[in-house]
Write a protein that binds this ligand. Structure first.
Ligand SMILES: *[C@@H]1O[C@H](CO)[C@@H](O)[C@H](O)[C@H]1NC(C)=O
Ligand SMILES: *[C@@H]1O[C@H](CO)[C@@H](O)[C@H](O)[C@H]1NC(C)=O
Ligand SMILES: *[C@@H]1O[C@H](CO)[C@@H](O)[C@H](O)[C@H]1NC(C)=O
Ligand SMILES: *[C@@H]1O[C@H](CO)[C@@H](O)[C@H](O)[C@H]1NC(C)=O
Length: 204
């Protein structure tokens, strides 16, 4: 018994050492900033926003309305010193897109994006559903474990190529010339868009 716990402690320590204390959530946010080129938020700022969104996603993964509205409120609530910048960007984008708005454009683009990312989203939701039905930890620990598993899937699948391919399809098929002009004007304020072949698309 004693021997066993010494052995498990050792194994546990080795696992801790090899993974450090980096969670899949942390790793995901690093992917978003370093690989995908998001510049508006740092990885640690994104972590705060992500943690704010997680309870809703965990509770109602299939209710897009609820998840998107929580995400929007989490972004606005947790932009801290960037709130002014975020709001001004939001209002500039709205002016540019007028008579449409950023909300209406996002709403219009969600279905085609969902269609293109359906396989990955299904895999993520299945991972979450399986974990919810089998994990026996207490509520808070269970949510954390299950959310971490979903980040594990997401961080492996969401590469620059994956995002770029999705972007190209949506822009070619579902973005109007006017929307695209605004996109090209404002997207570089939040990410290094030049990393993406998608940014080179010219709308006739
Ligand atoms: C989804 O969430 C919205 C907003 O919270 C809520 O009004 C709606 O009833 C929910 N839909 C379903 C099918 O539960
Ligand atoms: C955002 O802040 C408002 C006002 O403090 C609060 O009512 C709301 O619940 C917060 N949203 C989230 C998702 O935490
Ligand atoms: C995506 O759209 C295509 C045609 O536009 C349709 O055939 C296909 O079933 C859709 N896939 C999903 C997963 O919604
Ligand atoms: C997006 O484009 C596809 C392919 O052209 C089309 O089938 C689909 O209806 C469009 N979706 C929206 C919401 O415009």
């Amino acid at each position: 018994m004693r021997r066993l716990s010494v052995v498990s402690l050792f194994v546990f320590a080795m696992i801790e050492l090899s993974y450090g204390t980096t969670t899949n959530r942390d790793a995901m946010m690093t992917v978003v900033t370093e690989k995908l080129g998001l510049t508006f938020y740092t990885a640690s700022e994104l972590t705060v926003i992500a943690k704010c969104c997680e309870p809703q996603f965990y509770k109602t993964p299939n209710n897009n309305t609820a998840v998107l509205s929580t995400a929007k409120s989490c972004i606005l609530n947790n932009s801290g010193n960037k709130a002014v910048q975020a709001l001004s960007l939001y209002s500039n984008a709205n002016n540019c897109l007028s008579p449409d708005s950023l909300d209406s454009v996002v709403t219009a683009l969600v279905p085609p994006i969902q269609n293109l990312t359906a396989t990955l989203v299904k895999k993520i939701k299945k991972t979450l559903a399986d974990c919810k039905s089998t994990n026996t930890q207490a509520a808070a620990a269970k949510q954390e474990t299950c959310i971490q598993k979903t980040y594990g899937i997401a961080k492996a699948a969401i590469t620059l190529t994956y995002v770029d391919d999705t972007c190209k399809k949506v822009v070619n098929r579902n973005v109007s010339k006017g929307w695209w002009a605004c996109g090209l004007k404002y997207i570089p304020s939040v990410l290094t868009f030049s990393k993406y072949a998608c940014s080179k698309i010219v709308k006739a």
